[in-house]
Design a protein around this ligand. Structure first.
Ligand code: ADP
Ligand code: MG
Ligand code: ZN
Length: 622
């Protein structure tokens, strides 16, 4: 029989009508009630983030290209049973995906629009559509056509393998605090916009740029900004997406990606987490990963294959440049490397400025105070911080973000969710002594950072907390500063011991002791701050393929190993004795402070120092 569209319609029409009724009768009531259920409960994005933090979200399904999510969550407000809730997401929420991954929440993306009306329609048309599609396919195959609609389909297929943004909408002004990296990239924008400037004098345009830096420092943002500034499309894929279960998929994705990019040149190809494919070949425990190597080989071949002047620039990002295959770093591939670091004070201030542009902030809030309180925060942390503060503000029905909410958000990001304070009990007293112990040492040592506040309100894992004002310059730390920190960390345990006795000490100091040991060990093995002399005996992170400290092939003899242990013990012992001395001779103040702390639950730094000053002298901090 010969196929023709007329024939097809003639035959399929009655079938469509019949199946429509069958579908309606059998399934429609069920789908309807389900959808109503979903449509009825909604949640704001902010609330959703809080739900994630509280571990109440069980499953997330993304719809409409990630604009909408249907989540399954349990929570006290939901009557403690699993409910489906609809959440509208902001246009891009990369942090969200990481957050979900970190919490191990089941995540799935669905390409179909999840709109109640559309769902019903799709539901109703499902069988007929299926029928038409299969008939059409049959028809197409028998005719063996490859042009026209066939191409549209294959484009759809490859779109699923990597993301394309025709316009990223990000500009350099959205990126702050990483000026050197930005300068480097301004030139690349010129490459893309006016390649003739360079080709005229015979210059080759670089093919690849490697962005190296810790997570959240703005690598993806920067790559998007280049595409945005040069007004070229942005093709992106993540290294971890390359490495699939199915053999050969990774390599074919690379091929596809470059093919599409060449058709759309000039453009940017962005490969995130390139370390997932670009690790050194032939290493790792349990033999190499063939699939990964094939993918990497394909990537190298593709990069060699296109001429430098085609207008494609490959930007890759990683936080582990040290483990990349050396072939990737050879000239003609990623021969430019740009470091993107955690921002310093000025950088943080600039980033805060960018992210407060679209937020209502109390004019009294000084961004430089926030920047000062947040050393070590990445750009993403700062963006998150302001968002958290905005959520807190909205929850309190205020119309401006004040310093209070920002402070709360900082605490929350550093130490986790706030819990409720313990009721008066023996353990509350013990915790109070422990914290006051830390704070007392911190206050009385001239090399220790100042106390910012002491609190008995639990956060995250901690039952109580002593906050210190971080000093800006964390890069050079003196020996006496480290010792002061060791003593400060010991302060909690020592106070427990002195006040409650040897048999009453608790596990609460576990974390403190871990820090003490690590600081003392580093003094001996990394910084040459012991009797062993100025030797570097251990690296911070010597073997990237094994866990920290696991694959340490000791570069020192057993004899030295014994000495190291001895030195560590000596340092800790000395600090311990000094701590005991300070705590014992200030017992009266400590008792006093504990009473106040138990009553008020939080004492801020100024107040703490004022009380201490009544009894003893506080040294000027250095
Ligand atoms: P990375 O790719 O380095 O892990 P991203 O570029 O994905 O980090 O950053 C995540 C988010 O954090 C960005 O979308 C942006 O909101 C914010 N951010 C990070 N770094 C900066 C920066 N330097 N300037 C402005 N915003 C930043
Ligand atoms: Mg990124
Ligand atoms: Zn402690």
């Amino acid at each position: 029989m010969k196929f023709s569209w007329k024939n097809l319609l003639l035959w399929s029409l009655p079938i469509i009508v019949i199946s429509f009724f069958i579908w309606q009768g059998l399934f429609a009531p069920v789908t309807n009630s389900n959808n109503n259920n979903i449509a009825n409960s909604r949640m704001t994005y902010g609330r959703f983030l809080e739900y994630i933090d509280m571990g109440w979200v069980k499953k997330v399904d993304l719809y409409e290209n990630g604009h909408t999510a249907i989540i399954e969550a349990v929570g006290p407000e939901l009557g403690n049973r699993i409910q489906k809730i609809r959440v509208e997401l902001p246009i891009t929420a990369p942090e969200l995906i990481t957050k979900l991954k970190n919490q191990g929440i089941d995540l799935d993306a669905h390409p179909i629009k999840n709109n109640t009306a559309i769902w019903n329609l799709i539901g109703n048309l499902f069988f007929p559509l299926l029928l038409i599609t299969s008939l059409t396919l049959l028809f197409r195959r028998s005719n063996n056509t490859t042009s026209g609609p066939g191409q549209a389909m294959s484009f759809g297929k490859s779109k699923a393998l990597f993301q394309v943004e025709a316009k990223t909408g990000v500009i350099f002004d959205d990126v702050a605090g990483i000026d050197e990296a930005k300068e480097e990239f301004e030139e690349i924008v010129t490459f893309l916009k006016k390649p003739e400037y360079f080709t005229a004098v015979g210059a080759k345009i670089p093919k690849g740029v490697l962005l190296i830096g810790p997570p959240g420092t703005g690598k993806t943002l920067l790559a998007k900004a280049i595409a945005g500034e040069a007004n070229v499309p942005f093709f992106s894929i993540s290294g971890s997406e390359f490495v699939e279960m199915f053999v050969g998929v990774g390599a074919s994705r690379v091929r596809d990606l470059f093919k599409k990019a060449k058709e759309n040149a000039p453009c940017i190809i962005f490969i995130d987490e390139i370390d997932a494919v670009g690790r050194q070949r032939g290493t790792g425990i349990g033999g190499g990963n063939d699939e990964r190597e094939q993918t990497l080989n394909q990537l190298l071949t593709e990069m060699d294959g296109f001429e430098g002047n085609t207008g494609i620039i490959v930007i890759a990002a990683t936080n582990r440049a040290d483990i990349l295959d050396s072939a990737l770093l050879r000239p003609g591939r990623f021969d430019r490397q740009v470091n993107v670091d955690i921002p310093d004070f000025k950088g943080r201030l600039a980033i805060l400025n960018v992210h407060t542009r679209n937020k209502k902030i109390d004019p009294k809030v000084s961004l430089s105070i926030i920047a000062r309180r947040t050393p070590g925060f990445s750009g993403a942390d700062l963006a998150n911080l302001l968002n958290e503060a905005a959520i807190l503000t909205a929850r309190e029905r205020k119309n401006q973000i004040t310093l209070k909410e920002i402070d709360q958000a900082i605490d929350r990001i550093i130490a986790g969710m706030e819990g409720t304070a313990l009721i008066d009990s023996k353990s509350k007293r013990l915790i109070a002594y422990h914290e006051v112990g830390h704070a007392m040492i911190g206050t009385l040592l001239k090399n220790h950072e100042n106390v910012q506040k002491v609190t008995l309100i639990p956060r995250g894992q901690a039952k109580g907390l002593t906050w210190f004002t971080p000093s800006e310059d964390q890069s050079l730390i003196s020996r006496s500063q480290i010792k002061a920190r060791i003593m400060g960390a010991l302060g909690g345990r020592v106070t427990e011991q002195i006040v409650f006795g040897e048999s009453e000490i608790t596990t609460g100091a576990g974390n403190d002791l871990q820090q003490v040991t690590s600081m003392a060990r580093q003094m001996v093995t990394r910084f040459g701050m012991s009797n062993i002399g100025p030797l570097s005996l251990e690296n911070e992170d010597s073997n990237p393929f094994l866990g920290r400290g696991m694959g340490n092939t000791n570069e020192y003899s057993d004899e030295i190993a014994i000495k190291i242990d001895q030195q560590i013990q000596d340092i800790v012992e000395e600090c311990y004795h000094n701590t005991v001395k300070i705590i014992k001779s200030n017992r009266i103040i400590i008792d006093k402070l504990v009473d106040i702390l138990i009553e008020k639950e939080t004492i801020d730094g100024e107040e703490f120092r004022t009380i201490v000053k009544h009894y003893t002298e506080i040294p000027e901090k250095v």
